[in-house]
Design a protein around this ligand. Structure first.
Ligand SMILES: *[C@@H]1O[C@H](CO)[C@@H](O)[C@H](O)[C@H]1NC(C)=O
Ligand SMILES: *[C@@H]1O[C@H](CO)[C@@H](O)[C@H](O)[C@H]1NC(C)=O
Ligand SMILES: *[C@@H]1O[C@H](CO)[C@@H](O)[C@H](O)[C@H]1NC(C)=O
Ligand SMILES: *[C@@H]1O[C@H](CO)[C@@H](O)[C@H](O)[C@H]1NC(C)=O
Ligand SMILES: *[C@@H]1O[C@H](CO)[C@@H](O)[C@H](O)[C@H]1NC(C)=O
Ligand SMILES: *[C@@H]1O[C@H](CO)[C@@H](O)[C@H](O)[C@H]1NC(C)=O
Ligand SMILES: *[C@@H]1O[C@H](CO)[C@@H](O)[C@H](O)[C@H]1NC(C)=O
Ligand SMILES: *[C@@H]1O[C@H](CO)[C@@H](O)[C@H](O)[C@H]1NC(C)=O
Ligand SMILES: *[C@@H]1O[C@H](CO)[C@@H](O)[C@H](O)[C@H]1NC(C)=O
Length: 434
């Protein structure tokens, strides 16, 4: 009988330490969220740079922007009315490049003098919730981005098309919840050759959709206006377009056959217009389409089966149209969608051997001739269609629950096996040494 080797407790300690070191990384396989805030909290120090141009400083003062501290680094205080200013890093003086006003106080006015002093450098200007503000007579034509939301509503005047049309260097234009008076969008866009993103929504914009657009447009939102006429075929030339929203207007005629040429499109809403005719076959050739909303029109014909071949589709709304025949979708396609609405098509029915009544589609089951069985199944309003949101949520959660434990189990397994290896290794080592 030998006395226990003095190195044994030491070995045990070593074993414990090394096992935790081995196990630790395998127990945190997902990138730790505590890492990402670190670079964000350390701001890029620009404080050592040159002072703001004195003329521009004066201009900012006249716009009620506090200049006691460096306005370029001005962070919005807790006050409800704020202006955020950004500047370039120029020398000997820095220049203002963007100003955004939010919740302006009612005594703010934008003087032409101030804008003139800023015009050499200002490229971005935005107003959010400044309803009592009067629009300045002219904006600097140097602007690349102009945004006005729920502003300039004094005496319900809003903005004129000519006022906006002068901003010929814009790439981004957003006007929302402000009336825009013009004889048509073509007046505004005529000389905006660089426009990339266009939003004029909730603006009572009248006229028709222009026959020609600038080809770099990637985003168009003209929703909730008074636009009339048909969708011009030329819109299908916008091959960079990712999102087209023409919903809530009075657009009539058919959806152009060439709609499938919009190969970059992800979101398409033509909802709540007066469109008629069929859904063009070419729509199925838009590879990345995820949102398709054609609800609230007078579209007719059968619901095309090719829609179920669209791989990325997540949100499909065909409710409140005049489709007829048998709905050509099966349950596995509908389960894949996050939102599906088809109610309010009184001549459309579903095959009850393919789709269950429980889906509450809002349309009648078919009889053996493919016609809706009367009486209709329910008297719910046509919008309360089966919504796959809930179904999807639960399956998502289940997936996550499976995911979580799996990673932990894996981590523990790796940890344990490295522990076992270590023990064996150390025992061998102890024997060899002893
Ligand atoms: C502007 O006002 C709205 C409501 O009055 C408030 O919710 C919002 O936080 C304000 N925004 C800023 C930037 O102060
Ligand atoms: C628009 O931009 C171009 C090039 O960036 C510039 O030469 C021109 O002066 C600008 N136009 C106006 C009106 O500022
Ligand atoms: C558009 O016109 C209607 C009716 O004249 C009015 O009630 C509404 O407030 C206007 N919308 C805007 C954004 O001015
Ligand atoms: C579209 O954008 C590219 C690069 O962003 C530019 O070179 C081209 O001139 C633009 N085309 C038009 C028609 O503005
Ligand atoms: C499409 O619409 C969805 C939901 O409204 C939105 O989250 C997404 O950013 C939109 N995509 C584009 C390209 O506008
Ligand atoms: C289109 O615009 C309407 C109204 O502004 C909005 O509710 C809807 O989410 C938009 N749809 C898409 C696909 O962008
Ligand atoms: C669809 O409606 C148009 C008129 O809006 C009509 O000419 C056409 O015959 C209809 N097509 C079908 C299949 O009902
Ligand atoms: C459901 O429809 C899709 C698309 O049409 C098809 O690929 C799939 O095989 C169908 N699934 C069943 C179970 O019939
Ligand atoms: C319903 O589906 C079944 C099985 O796919 C088929 O035999 C039947 O003809 C369909 N009924 C109608 C009305 O399309």
């Amino acid at each position: 009988m030998k006395p226990p080797s003095p190195s044994l407790p030491l070995l045990l300690l070593l074993l414990l330490l090394s096992s935790t070191i081995f196990a630790a990384p395998s127990l945190s396989p997902t990138p730790s969220p505590t890492i990402s805030p670190v670079p964000r909290t350390s701001p890029t120090p620009r404080t050592s740079s040159s002072p703001l141009d004195p003329k521009q400083l004066k201009a900012l003062e006249s716009l009620n922007i506090p200049t006691a501290k460096d306005p370029c680094n001005h962070r919005p205080s807790s006050k409800s009315s704020t202006a955020v200013v950004t500047c370039d890093a120029g020398s000997p003086f820095r220049l203002v490049t963007s100003i955004s006003f939010t919740n302006c106080s009612s005594d703010l006015s934008i003087s032409s003098t101030a804008l003139k002093a800023l015009s050499s450098s200002l490229t971005s200007l935005s107003f959010l919730n400044c309803p009592s503000l009067s629009p300045p007579p002219r904006l600097p034509e140097s602007l690349h981005s102009f945004s006005a939301v729920n502003s300039f509503l004094r005496r319900r005047k809003g903005l004129s098309g000519v006022f906006l049309a002068r901003l010929v260097n814009l790439t981004d234009l957003t006007v929302s919840s402000i009336p825009v008076s013009t004889s048509g969008l073509y007046v505004i866009l005529g000389n905006m050759h660089d426009i990339v993103s266009l939003t004029i929504s909730h603006a009572n914009l009248s006229g028709s959709i222009p026959k020609s657009f600038h080809s770099n447009l990637t985003f168009i939102d003209l929703s909730d206006n008074l636009i009339k006429g048909s969708i011009p075929t030329s819109i299908t030339l916008l091959s960079n377009l990712k999102s087209l929203n023409l919903s809530q207007n009075s657009i009539s005629g058919e959806i152009p056959d060439g709609i499938g040429d919009l190969i970059s499109l992800k979101n398409l809403s033509l909802a709540s217009n007066k469109l008629s005719g069929p859904i063009p076959v070419s729509i199925s050739s838009i590879p990345d389409l995820t949102h398709l909303d054609l609800s609230g029109n007078q579209l007719n014909g059968t619901v095309p089966r090719f829609i179920s071949k669209m791989k990325d589709l997540k949100h499909l709304n065909l409710a409140n149209n005049a489709f007829h025949g048998v709905l050509p979708f099966n349950a596995s396609f509908l389960k894949k969608l996050e939102v599906f609405k088809i109610g309010g098509n009184s001549d459309l029915c579903y095959n009850h051997t393919v789709l269950s009544k429980k889906m509450k589609l809002g349309i009648a089951p078919c009889d053996k001739h493919g016609l809706p069985l009367s009486p209709p199944p329910q008297k719910e309003d046509s919008n309360s269609d089966y919504d796959y949101d809930n179904a999807d949520d639960t399956s998502e959660k289940k997936k996550e629950e499976h995911h979580g434990p799996n990673k932990v189990v894996l981590g523990v397994a790796i940890g344990l096996s490295s522990l076992v290896f270590l023990i064996i290794f150390l025992i061998l080592l102890a024997k060899w040494c002893g």
